[in-house]
Design a binder for this molecule. Structure first.
Ligand code: FAD
Length: 401
């Protein structure tokens, strides 16, 4: 699908409302705004720092198959559908923005370091096969032939050639440019409160007092989506922050190519992955911590990541450590996103993408454009309606009494 971009437009003045106001300009809010503008909707984004958010920390794995978890088969369908859209999405966004997204179709290798990990990975492989997914079992020797920097102790692994990667920072920057070129108006301010007009959402009040009127408001504020004042309790999304710490190393010329694909493992119950970019960056992630909105990088977090990554690929200790950072995944109760209309007329959600927000960016844009123009989610996206969590007002009163 390629819709010609609209020309940049002036911000509507006075009472002239936007068709769509997106609260939050992370990758999910921006892709929603871009697709809405392409459909001819007058669209604005409110965010004090658009293009920021969790994408500045994320590794950018497009890991529909290697991130498969038991009980998440419905989410798997959405993840695979988004993964299939990635090549054409990247081509379209690169053309629209003039940015290179560093999309690499390099595949992923999940390895086991001991007998327990191996048994666990074997089970996962059987599950993947039952679901018809493409994953190939390799012996330890075959893994090391593919990736010679792997530790000699690697006991086996799963080769998944369809799980790729993209640079999330470039994705965010490209979406911002594409939005501007498509005529999306950016308000660089925080939304302080959802505006209501009778029993409808009607835009938002921004820090500084500006009120933006809009026919439809999309709440896409990442891990803060459940905190916007004015949103009635029964439609407030149950989204929470899940902290992740990540390291960035660089691979100097003599060591390149250090790894040719994403390599991941479960070490002592924790997930560790190494994502090598073509520009020499090597991303090592990530911790998973339930600590509220804390984004402190801790000595313990860095230590654990380096210890586990070193067990997997001993040579990493030679590489320069160039960045340590923590970000917040917007987690939902079932680890799946909340997309589309809520029980409050005029309010839609695009949030709760948890550990797959980068992967789910293409499909989220398409699904939200459908919901904003047609009022309904396309059939494949209906399991992700926010209504699965809508609480009855009476139950909310009882709960909060
Ligand atoms: C460590 C880590 C590793 C990850 N790795 C991967 C990966 O490999 N693959 C993958 O697919 N995903 C990954 N993710 C997940 C992915 O980054 C997120 O799911 C995704 O970035 C969420 O995007 P978002 O736009 O919903 O939220 P955010 O990125 O949190 O953006 C929300 C935006 O809303 C704004 N905002 C908040 N409140 C308000 C308000 N009141 N008014 C206006 N604006 C507001 C903020 O300023 C922010 O810009 C990872 C995340 C982390 C933290």
């Amino acid at each position: 699908m390629h819709t010609p971009p609209h020309t940049a437009r002036e911000a509507p003045t006075g009472d002239a409302p936007y068709d769509v106001l997106v609260v939050g300009g992370g990758i999910i809010g921006l892709v929603t705004a871009w697709r809405a503008a392409q459909r001819g909707l007058r669209t604005a984004v409110a965010d004090p720092a658009p293009g920021g958010g969790a994408a500045q920390v994320a590794a950018g794995m497009l890991a529909a198959v290697t991130e498969l978890h038991y009980g998440e088969q419905t989410l798997l369908g959405l993840n695979l559908a988004s993964a299939r859209r990635y090549p054409s999405f990247v081509a379209e966004l690169e053309e629209a923005s003039g940015h290179d997204l560093a999309f690499r179709t390099c595949g992923t290798l999940s390895v086991a370091l001991d007998a327990d990990d191996r048994a666990h990975l074997r089970e996962l492989h059987a599950f993947q096969r039952r679901l018809g997914l493409d994953a190939q079992w390799l012996t330890g020797r075959e893994c090391r032939r593919l990736e010679p920097m792997l530790a000699p102790g690697v006991r086996g692994g799963l080769r998944v050639d369809g799980d790729h990667q993209v640079d999330p920072r470039r994705l965010a920057a490209a979406l911002l440019t594409a939005c501007e070129r498509a005529g999306v108006t950016l308000h660089r301010a925080r939304a302080e409160r959802l505006a209501l007009d009778g029993d409808r959402a009607a835009g938002a009040e921004l820090a500084g007092g500006t009120r933006l009127a809009a026919g439809q408001t999309v709440l896409a504020a990442g891990s803060l989506s459940g905190r916007l004042p004015g949103v009635p309790e029964e439609v407030l999304p149950p989204v929470r922050p899940v902290k992740g710490q990540v390291l960035r190393l660089s691979v100097p010329g003599p060591y390149a190519p250090f790894l040719s694909r994403t390599v991941r493992a479960v070490v002592r119950g924790g997930h560790v992955y190494l994502v090598p970019r073509e520009n020499g960056e090597l991303v090592v992630g990530a911790t998973t911590e339930e600590l509220g909105w804390d984004t402190t990088v801790t000595a313990g977090g860095v230590y654990e990541l380096l210890r586990d990554a070193h067990e997997l690929v001993p040579g990493i200790t030679e590489l320069p450590l160039v960045e340590t950072r923590a970000g917040l995944r917007p987690g939902s109760p079932d680890n799946a996103p909340l997309l589309g209309p809520t029980a409050l007329p005029g309010l839609q959600l695009a949030t709760g993408h948890y550990r797959n927000g980068v992967l789910l960016t293409p499909i989220t844009g398409d699904v939200m454009a459908e919901a904003l123009t047609g009022g309904e989610l396309p059939p494949d996206a209906r399991p992700f309606s926010p209504r699965r969590f809508t609480r009855h007002p009476a139950a909310v009163q009882e709960h909060t009494a």
